[in-house]
Design a protein around this ligand. Structure first.
Ligand SMILES: [Mn+2]
Length: 317
């Protein structure tokens, strides 16, 4: 693996021939989908044969980006080059996409453990979308409304609507340029932050009733298990941004949302408020992320998972 500059990343993209697959992460958010769609559109504008490859289902809330590019939900047959966007670790890929040879990774996560030939990381950026914004400008591709909508989705999503501390002047300048193309950014923000599906609404109701506080109220846990979901009559849970909930409670520094992955393990999403580096905690369990938002997978029963989490969090809180 070779770490490269953004200029070298641009050169690598320009040199690509044949079919290109732009790979997004599992449990996709606006950043990976928006970055993926924007880069795919830009490569197509350069006359290249690029498509989006999903590691998971395309989220309905971003349906306004659907159909802008060719999308694969399964790894296609044949020869292709893979470029991954916003993918921090192999854990964030599907079983199928984890097996791919990745040519280039473009990402903004503090720790990136994806195996690949070349990697460009800028962890100072609030969103992978900011990196793709810069790459697209270096490629000399004009920002049209489709590219701008996708990039705005990416940047607004990961900066929490430009309110997280990761937001800086560059984030706002990129957003300003995107807004100037004439996109309906208010509607995009509504789709990202204000609209919940009925399934999400049901899950949110459940969330408020199962929230637990630990460690003198500084840690909060949302323990979704198959039993809890079943009892609430939820068979296809849509989690949406429920991971943001526990940290909103006064006095809570870290919120941990636990949900079933398979029979033996749980997926954990961390969100912290002021000082706890949850990326470091997620890493001890083989995951990763950012200072204030991270994720990992932990094996065990729900009680074992909670105990492992609290034992680790207690060291820093
Ligand atoms: Mn991201």
């Amino acid at each position: 693996m070779k770490t490269v500059t953004i200029n070298k990343a641009k050169e690598l993209l320009l040199a690509l021939g044949g079919e290109i697959l732009v790979l997004t992460h599992a449990h996709p958010d606006g950043d990976t989908i928006g970055s993926g769609v924007a880069l795919t559109l830009a490569l197509n504008k350069l006359g290249k044969n690029a498509s989006l490859l999903l590691s998971d289902k395309f989220p309905r809330r971003f349906s306004y980006l659907w159909g802008k590019v060719k999308i694969y939900d399964k790894v296609p047959e044949g020869e292709y080059t893979v470029v991954a966007v916003d993918v921090p670790s192999p854990q964030q890929l599907s079983e199928e996409t984890r097996g791919l040879d990745i040519h280039l990774v473009l990402d903004h996560h503090l720790q990136n453990t994806v195996e690949c030939e070349y990697k460009y990381i800028d962890a100072t950026r609030a969103a992978a979308g900011e990196i793709i914004f810069r790459v697209i400008k270096l490629l000399g591709v004009e920002l049209d409304e489709d590219i701008a909508s996708a990039l705005y989705t990416a940047i607004s999503s990961d900066s929490g609507g430009f309110v997280f501390s990761s937001t800086d002047g560059d984030t706002m300048r990129a957003a300003a340029e995107l807004i100037d193309t004439g996109i309906d950014f208010a509607d995009i923000n509504r789709c990202i932050f204000d609209t919940v599906s009925e399934a999400q609404f049901e899950l949110q109701k459940l969330a408020y009733s199962i929230l637990e506080r630990h460690l003198d109220g500084k840690a909060a846990i949302l323990p979704f298990t198959n039993e809890v979901l079943e009892k609430a009559g939820i068979d296809q849970p849509e989690y949406g941004d429920v991971a943001q909930f526990p940290r909103r409670l006064e006095g809570v520094e870290v919120g941990m949302t636990i949900r079933p992955k398979d029979e033996w393990s749980y997926r954990v999403s961390f969100r912290s408020n002021k000082y706890l580096n949850v990326s470091q905690i997620a890493e001890t369990f083989g995951g990763g992320g950012h200072y204030f938002a991270a994720a990992c997978v932990i094996e065990g029963t729900i009680d074992e998972v909670k105990e492992k989490l609290l034992r680790e969090v207690e060291k820093y809180i």
